[in-house]
Ligand binder design. Structure first.
Ligand code: F6P
Length: 360
């Protein structure tokens, strides 16, 4: 059995842990040979590979990033490149299929988020046998209740909120922390609850400015002279727009967000008269070593994916449902996004301890 493997999309802690688990399980338990494609789907289209053996995947469990490299712009079906200074988009899926054939592969393991799974679904419909593994700090891949990388990012954001708490209290300020999460607010929600944020703003609940001001004013009135606001980069005021930082042309989703934290902080200070500062946590949430939970969880998902490969159960994604390892058809995952539903229990839990979601 010869199996290809790649990591696609934005990186997150635990990618190396999952590569190690898939490779070791397939080599050790099933005698498989592995070929890795470099920089996500880019390597599959341009035939850039790395052989995987026992040595390659030794000592990488705790390493951040991915030894294979990744890309969140490479898409074989919409291949964007500059020709004579002009961005052109072509379909290079035939090249990807030819490279897959050339390496005499029986299947491909794709470790990625919602975008990578959507591409995996299209490759599967072209005849490439695929097993997917969900990763992302956003925790928004459909078909699984958890992605690896998420918990590590929650821990980073929580520690930042803890640190902001002490300086907020010392200076009697409103401290705003902006965390990642374009369309899904899971990271802001869990870190906000863990860090005791007074206000959590997520993309799924457009916020009311007056409600946010009132939380800060009320806390001041009762002698709590500081407030903590945890805002997802994709949060927006009701009737308003997301704050776009830049566009990355040629990317499947070209919009890159950033700046809502600064907007919230500036507006709160202006409207309430309370001093405010903002901090954008940015890429520190994606970098660094996976936490213990993600090391274990990534290893479990890698084991599950290797089992799907060995059993010939193609075009499925390893997943986590109701506290157990599971798997779902790739076609149920491809193209979707899992957002925080209005009845998510953690919303009610947070409200019960006085956290505001900026609702009117
Ligand atoms: O999907 C992961 C993620 O980190 C998002 O939370 C964020 O909006 C986006 O990727 C940033 O992408 P890039 O690495 O291209 O700046």
């Amino acid at each position: 059995m010869r199996i290809g493997i790649l990591t696609g999309g934005g990186d997150c802690p635990g990618l190396n842990a999952v590569i190690r688990a898939v490779a070791k399980t397939l080599m050790h338990e099933h005698g498989a040979e592995l070929v890795a494609f470099l920089d996500g789907y880019d390597g599959l289209v341009t035939d850039r590979t790395m052989d995987i053996d026992w040595e390659t995947v030794s000592n990488i469990l705790t390493q951040g990033g991915t030894i294979l490299g990744t890309s969140n712009t490479a898409n074989p079906f919409d291949w964007a490149e500059k020709v004579d200074g002009k961005m052109t988009v072509t379909d290079r899926s035939a090249d990807a299929l030819a490279v897959f054939e050339k390496h005499r592969l029986d299947g491909l393991v794709v470790i990625g988020g919602d975008g990578s799974m959507a591409i995996a679904g299209r490759l599967a419909s072209c005849g490439v046998p695929i097993v997917g593994i969900p990763k992302t700090i956003d925790n928004d891949v459909p078909g699984t209740e958890r992605t690896f990388g998420f918990q590590s990012a929650v821990n980073v954001a929580t520690e930042a909120l803890d640190r902001l708490h002490t300086t907020a209290s010392a200076h009697h300020r409103v401290m705003v922390a902006e965390v990642m999460g374009r369309y899904a607010g899971w990271l802001a929600l869990e870190a906000g609850v863990a860090g005791g944020a007074d206000v959590i703003l997520i993309p799924e609940i457009p916020f009311d400015w007056d409600a946010v001001f009132e939380v800060c004013r009320r806390r001041h009135r009762i002698g709590k002279r500081f407030s903590i606001i945890c805002v997802a980069e994709g949060a927006r005021p009701a009737g308003g727009k997301m704050v776009v930082h830049r566009r990355v042309e040629g990317s499947p989703d070209p919009v890159r967000l950033g700046g809502v934290g600064r907007l919230v902080s500036g507006t709160v200070e202006q409207q309430t008269g309370i001093s405010s500062r903002s901090t954008n946590l940015g890429y520190v949430q994606r970098g660094g070593s996976p936490c213990a939970f993600d090391r274990v969880f990534a290893t479990m998902l890698g084991y599950q994916a290797a089992g799907l490969v060995a059993g010939g159960r193609w075009n499925r994604m390893a997943s986590w449902q109701r506290g157990r390892l599971a798997d779902v058809p790739l076609e149920d995952v491809a193209g979707g996004s899992r957002n925080v539903p209005p009845d998510d229990p953690l919303l009610a839990v947070a409200r019960s301890v006085g956290t505001s979601f900026g609702e009117a």
